[in-house]
Design a protein around this ligand. Structure first.
Ligand code: MG
Ligand code: MG
Length: 253
């Protein structure tokens, strides 16, 4: 069942979303060659806890850190480690969440480490743009398939592919609530969108094929063909006054 949120609940989600977005800003400022993914995780954990919030990911399903940090051909769910050092030219995906007063924010960004290739730049840009193409379809009366179709159409038009095995989701007091929000779909199909829905829309885009595989660590997901992958996620709310992007705290980021 989809949990529709009233305006007081959406106000509470704004706080969780803001803290999540600010934690990602703090991590962005720490990204540079020579930094370990463990250190980035620590920046995020400290920021969230300083706000009086709880790192949602820590212990979620047994996950051992406050953020999933994935490099280059790693798609999602990378485990922060002292041994994973960022190098010039890498792209790094940071996905995190904060729980505050019972509500959850969930957001991810892909960041360049120093100078990156033109293809990496384009992949990051298309992934971000595809999120916004999806959000354009987030209006009462539209269908869930309209969002996924808009995301996938932009990705495919740019010669990339959309991950299918993992999808976005409803969000609220739980990080993962119904419905699933696939990054592909058929226009006019799926559940009808309405005010009060809060969703994590999160395109995962591969430069090569859409297939992915999970590593033996039980978490890290990589592209099957070793191509680069990017991820861009915000927690959003559909209200009677329009769409709120709850985890975006800086325009353009
Ligand atoms: Mg996330
Ligand atoms: Mg998510």
């Amino acid at each position: 069942m989809i949990h529709l949120k009233n305006s007081a609940q959406i106000t509470a989600m704004k706080d969780a979303g803001r803290i999540t977005g600010e934690a990602l800003l703090a991590a962005r400022d720490a990204v540079k060659p020579g930094v370990s993914t463990y250190e980035l995780d620590l920046v995020i954990r400290r920021y969230i806890e300083r706000c009086g919030a709880t790192p949602t990911f820590l212990g979620y399903g047994g996950f051992p850190a406050s953020a999933c940090i994935s490099i280059n051909d790693e798609v999602i769910h990378g485990i922060p480690s002292r041994d994973r050092i960022l190098r010039e030219g890498d792209i790094v995906k940071i996905d995190t969440g904060a729980t505050y007063h019972g509500y959850v924010g969930d957001s991810a960004r892909t960041l360049p480490v120093g100078r990156v290739s033109e293809e990496a730049e384009r992949l990051m840009r298309v992934t971000r743009d595809s999120f916004w193409a999806g959000v354009e379809q987030l209006k009462a009366g539209n269908r869930l398939g309209d969002i996924g179709h808009a995301i996938d159409a932009l990705v495919v038009a740019n010669g990339f592919s959309t991950v299918r095995r993992y999808v976005g989701h409803g969000i609220g007091t739980d990080m993962h609530e119904p419905p699933d929000v696939p990054n592909y779909g058929t226009p006019g199909r799926g559940i009808r969108l309405c005010a009060g829905m809060t969703l994590a829309i999160e395109p995962m885009v591969n430069a090569g094929g859409f297939e992915v595989r999970e590593l033996p660590d039980g978490w890290t997901v990589k592209t099957m063909d070793g191509s680069l992958s990017a991820h861009y996620e915000n927690t959003v709310a559909l209200t009677s006054d329009g769409v709120l992007i709850l985890t975006q705290v800086e325009p353009g980021f």
